[in-house]
Write a protein that binds this ligand. Sequence first.
Ligand code: SF4
Ligand code: SF4
Length: 178
Amino acid sequence: MKAAWEGIVAIATGFATTLKHLFRKPITEEYPEYKRVLPERARAVIILTRDPDGEERCVACYLCSAACPVSCISMQSVEREDGRRYARWFRINFGRCIYCGLCEEACPTSAIQLTPYFETCERDILKLVYEKEDLLVDHGGKDKEYNFYRYAGVVSKVGDKGAHIKEDKPVNIKSNMP
Ligand code: SF4
Ligand code: SF4
């Protein structure tokens, strides 16, 4: 008798829950009619940003490529006459990318950044291979102020070591000897 009563209570509780939800406002978001605004830190399509001077931030150091767990970043580095490096070509295969963000973490110049934009579905998988022209934008992305080249990277004929902005004087290793 006790078991039968417990069964009735369990069924009644289940139906009560169903009934309660029948009169609730649905919370389903009808994509693509409704598009939720994703937070800035959301990880989707990758861009290559520029510094505040409008120069390409990427110095083609290959760190993002080395950090990428699925090897979907490739490039070729070249050097300008003033010693500044850049990528002659830069390619990301979004057909392989898992949007982990490790490339962004590894980048010393804040060049490569993930954005919240995710609508890149393609029937032809080769269209997911993005070249530098597709990736390069004309702004600084999430980090608008950072300018790697104000501190390092260019061969300079002005001033001695330690004379540049926020640069420490070179250490005299002999002075550290006991
Ligand atoms: S987000 Fe991850 S998988 Fe995609 S390119 Fe960057 S490191 Fe590679
Ligand atoms: S995007 Fe960043 S990590 Fe990748 S090659 Fe350019 S500077 Fe190096």
